[in-house]
Design a protein around this ligand. Structure first.
Ligand SMILES: [Zn+2]
Length: 246
C-alpha cells in the first residue's frame, strides 16, 4: 500500500507544482554528475575528467562522508576538497541521503540546512546552488522546498531537457551499468544537439567492476567522446543551468 502511495506521489510530482522554464535553443550541452559520492567517482573518474579537460558536478550528502553506501566506500573530506579545488562543482543531495518521500517540508529544510552547513565548513563557505534528489524521488511538496532554495533540481527520470521544463524536476540519464545498455546514446546526443537541449548524465561509482548504479572508466570516456562527436558543449550542471535557463 505504501509503495503504491509512493508511486502515486512520484507521478504527481511530474504534473503538479511545476515551475516551467524554457530550456535550450542554442548549442546543446552535456552535463556529467556523480551522486553521493563513492570514492572511485573522484579517484578513478577524476583523472579521466582532467585528461578530457571537462568539469563535472558532485552531488554530496555530507552524512555519507567516510562511510559505505551500496557496498562502496564513499568520499572523504579530502576527496571533496580536492574535487572542489580542481574546479568541479559541488551540489546538494541532502545530508542523510534520505528520500524526500520520508520527509515533510520542515524535515527536508532541516536536511538541506545541515548539508549546507557541513559543506560550507569544509569548502571555505561554499554555497550550493543546485540539488539532486536522493534515489530520484521527487514529490510536489519537496519541489516547493528545493525551488525556494536552489536554482534547479535534478531527478533520475530519463530524457533530454528541452523546451518547457520543470526547473525543480530536471530529467537525466544514468551512467549506470543497469541502464546504459538500454540507451541509444548516439540518438540522445543527436537529439540534444538538434534541439539545443540539455542532457544531464548522473552516475555513482566508476570502477572496472561497477555496481548496477555505477559504470566503468570506458563508459565514462565513451559518453564524453560521443558528446564531442555530436558537437555538444560539456559543462557542469550549475554552469550549464546558467546558460540554459538563466
Ligand atoms: Zn544518491
Amino acid at each position: 500500500m505504501k509503495e503504491r502511495l509512493d508511486q502515486f506521489r512520484r507521478r504527481a510530482a511530474r504534473y503538479l507544482g511545476r515551475d516551467t522554464v524554457r530550456v535550450g535553443g542554442g548549442r546543446g550541452v552535456l552535463s556529467l554528475s556523480f551522486d553521493d559520492f563513492p570514492k572511485s567517482a573522484w579517484e578513478l573518474a577524476g583523472p579521466i575528467l582532467k585528461d578530457q579537460g571537462v568539469h563535472a558536478t558532485y552531488y554530496v550528502a555530507g552524512g555519507l562522508c567516510d562511510g559505505t553506501n551500496i557496498g562502496k566506500v564513499q568520499f572523504s573530506e579530502r576527496d571533496l576538497q580536492e574535487a572542489h579545488a580542481a574546479g568541479h562543482e559541488i551540489g546538494c543531495h541532502t545530508f542523510s541521503h534520505i528520500s524526500v518521500l520520508r520527509l515533510d517540508k520542515a524535515g527536508l529544510a532541516e536536511e538541506l540546512d545541515r548539508n549546507a552547513a557541513w559543506v560550507a565548513e569544509r569548502l571555505g563557505g561554499h554555497r550550493m546552488t543546485h540539488f539532486a534528489y536522493p534515489f530520484g524521488d521527487v514529490t510536489v511538496s519537496s519541489k516547493a522546498v528545493t525551488g525556494a532554495r536552489f536554482k534547479h533540481a535534478r531527478s533520475v527520470r530519463d530524457g533530454v531537457n528541452h523546451g518547457p521544463s520543470d526547473r525543480n524536476n530536471l530529467l537525466a540519464i544514468g551512467m549506470e551499468s543497469r541502464r546504459l545498455p538500454h540507451y541509444d546514446l548516439k540518438a540522445l546526443m543527436a537529439q540534444t544537439a538538434e534541439t539545443g537541449g540539455w542532457l544531464i548524465a548522473y552516475g555513482h561509482d566508476v570502477e572496472p567492476d561497477p555496481t548496477p548504479y555505477g559504470c566503468t572508466e570506458q563508459d565514462l570516456v565513451r559518453v564524453i567522446t560521443l558528446a564531442r562527436q555530436a558537437g555538444l558543449d560539456i559543462l557542469p550542471v550549475g554552469a550549464a543551468g546558467q546558460r540554459m535557463i538563466g
